[in-house]
Ligand binder design. Structure first.
Ligand SMILES: [Zn+2]
Ligand SMILES: [Zn+2]
Length: 116
């Protein structure tokens, strides 16, 4: 699903897909929209890209995105195509912008550790 380059961990493949706030927070940057993701309140989804379970991808959203886009922890999303990039969640459940992240950074962030 795409590699990311982490300035600490180098090239990373296999990290979870994250909302922009978790990506920013876990990589030590400032987050947009004044959102401060809470490591204790993340929402984990599994995206079933093909609808048959053959390509499943872990996704982590901050609590703000989860509420805004109507997602709940532990959910399996099998209609990825139809909900991806839907910026108008009033029409139903949607997904925020998500992108691959550095796995080790996300793990450390969730534990409340500093990067490194
Ligand atoms: Zn978010
Ligand atoms: Zn990293």
């Amino acid at each position: 699903m795409g590699a990311v380059h982490c300035d600490i961990h180098g090239r990373q493949i296999g990290g979870p897909l994250c909302c922009e706030h978790l990506r920013d927070a876990s990589s030590g940057g400032a987050t947009s929209d004044g959102v401060a993701p809470d490591p204790e309140a993340v929402t984990r989804l599994t995206l079933d890209f093909t609808g048959d379970g053959s390509i499943m991808w872990e996704t982590v959203l901050c609590h703000v995105c989860a509420i805004r886009f109507g997602r709940v922890d532990g959910e399996v999303v099998s209609d990825v195509e139809s909900v991806a990039d839907n910026s108008n969640p009033t029409e139903g459940k949607a997904l925020p912008w998500i992108a691959p992240s550095c796995g080790p950074c996300v793990v450390r962030w969730k534990r409340g550790l500093r990067r490194g």
